[in-house]
Design a protein around this ligand. Sequence first.
Ligand code: SF4
Length: 280
Amino acid sequence: MRDPFKIDGPTCISFSGGRTSAYMLWRVLQSNGGLPAGAVVCFANTGKEDPATLAFVQECSEQWSVPMVWVEYVSGRNVRTVDFDTASRMGEPFEALIRDKQYLPNPATRFCTTELKILSAVRYLRTQEWEEWDNLIGMRADEPARVAKVRASPSGGTRGVDRRVPLADAGISVQDVLSFWRQQPFDLALPVVNGKTMHGNCDLCFLKPPAQRLSLIRERPSRAVWWIAQEASLQSSARITDGARFTKDGPSYAQMLAYADSQEDMFDADEEALACFCGD
Ligand code: SF4
């Protein structure tokens, strides 16, 4: 059987900043004796990542001596490259996208994943004159629904892109990933709860269940401020007539901040997060 981590042409390795895609990168480095020529490791920063995520991306780069390209969305559907020192930390790329769109992403229309993560990497690679390439995505064997979507549409609608899921091909599960990290001299400084990193990706991502977001707001109420500001800014926009929410059926972020003072359990603690491309 072909080694799913072997690279033999132009390849973008999508690094979400989580443990799973970092493990995928490590496996690629093992299978190829380092990062092969023609391969790029790409981290797309939304500006709403936990600081620990940015530190982890940088540490993987330094510990494994592997260059990484940090990209960010720029207003006008452009992209820029940054690094650990210059990366946005106040939600600037995400806010620029919302200003461009003049509406908010939501569970049914997840354009933030598409624009901030997928297309920012694509735009960067096009600036490097890439035409066709493989894209390695950190999806595991225990995420069959996400994997099936990728396998059903390898291009994901992007010209020249062939998406691959080597971890799933190799039968890697979350337990394999966590076991790997327990043995490493460094790790992502975010807790694992029931196999999940609830602080991962954008801090209060609307795809996280309400109970999880409420818990994150209780832990640090200031996390809600940016999300409240985005909802408020569009609610006052003349172009928005039916209100602006990241989740139309759920509470606004301002309401969630108000609920955070209450000790009542208002939301289903067992509700699963909605899957998206943004990764672990
Ligand atoms: S983590 Fe959530 S809010 Fe952030 S880009 Fe992905 S889907 Fe959008």
